[in-house]
Design a protein around this ligand. Sequence first.
Ligand code: NDP
Length: 453
Amino acid sequence: MSTKAYIERVLNTLEVTSPGQDEFYQATEEVLLSLLPLLEEESRYEEQNILERIVIPERSIIFRVNWIDDMGKIQTNFGYRVQFNSAIGPYKGGLRFHPSVNLGIMKFLGFEQIFKNALTGLQIGGAKGGSNFDPKGKSDNEIMRFCQAFMTELYKHIGKHKDVPAGDIGVGAREIGYLFGQYKKITGEFDGILTGKGLNWGGSRERKEATGYGSVYFAENFLAKYNKSLKGKRCAVSGSGNVAIHTIEKLYDLGAIPISCSDSRGTIYHKEGIDLAALKTIKEVHHDSLDKYASVDSGSLYIPLKEYPKDGHAVWHLECDVAFPSATQNELTLVDAKALHKNGCILINEGANMPTTPDALKYIKENKILFSPGKAANAGGVATSQLEMSQNASMAQWSFEEVDIKLRSIMGNIFKIAYETSVEFGCEGDLVTGANIAGFRKVADSMIEQGAV
Ligand code: NDP
């Protein structure tokens, strides 16, 4: 059987064994097909059935979360923790609270996390968790009661040497606080079992900013390879959560012009640059929708969802030099990729996980637009989480500057390994292939060395 046929056989089996898990299948297909040059060169992965093994989580935990709303009524949600791979270290990966969460989304995110974590050069395995709980419109007390109910089950499965969750969509500093408080109450132990903690109780400086800042550092490295810089570049950013806000902040630091942000209801465009302070007030203080933004920034334009191009998103139809998708999966379609190309965009740098659809990715590759895959470009968050774990283990707390130096260096190294691996396999600058092969090789070799476990 040819190597291509071997990969297709594994994918076909997966389609049958994971019905309805479209995002998971999309993620595995992208990774497995990009491994072809490596698998053709090295027979040991096929001989050891590594592909068959690596696409199955070591453990998937699904649980019921009952909580009481403000009316005194019992509400019920699903809770998940997918502990995907621990070959190179304890499980690590965020928690997502969003109504779209299901097992397939958890598996896609957990699978991506394996390779992302390997790329950081740190000893962390891959996992993901969360719930279909929707934090929107909930009171602070309801959020707290939900987090407590969620942790009442999750605590059985995590531990500082076992599994250390963090935040993701819908899980920020407030939720991490409530989750940690409940863990401590149940176990009676003050342990570093979560990252993204508050600075007063074991958090790391720059963890909050790390994914956005890291994404911009990655773009900076990529552009520098082609003798370009971010200075003066018009940057389209999607999303208006943790990753988007800190991407915008770092872009300003480096002299770029972030011209947009978005949420699930609409897009803000400001040619001269987004007002970061106004954005933070609306999103971080009031947890409000972006339609409020236009009234506080007179030079801006609000484009509501109903005015988006067919099969596309307004944010990618703005004239820009660099695009930073930083909201959610499959938010940059073929229609969007074509518009970006037409408008002269030179780099698409994924801050979110899998924001680009497969047909858009194919078009981007064919048209030689530079492309940074999320598993490399957004790894700054998990890398800084690991720095938080190191600080907890040594009871230390580093300064912002110390953490930033480490983050910048880690992002530079991730770029280097992804780029050099692309050169090694004859596809210079194809960082999808470079990042997938580099991450996979480290995990797969560790699995082989540890035997059939
Ligand atoms: P937040 O919850 O802070 O923000 C998410 C943003 O995306 C919000 O603006 C939200 O809009 C928007 N959004 C979410 N779902 C949709 C949707 N279906 N359609 C349109 N917009 C949507 O999450 P983060 O910023 O933390 O995460 C953003 C992305 O980055 C995710 O893909 C996440 O997995 C990834 N990531 C995050 C890391 C982190 O450290 N936080 C680390 C690595 C990756 P609204 O408010 O209207 O819902």
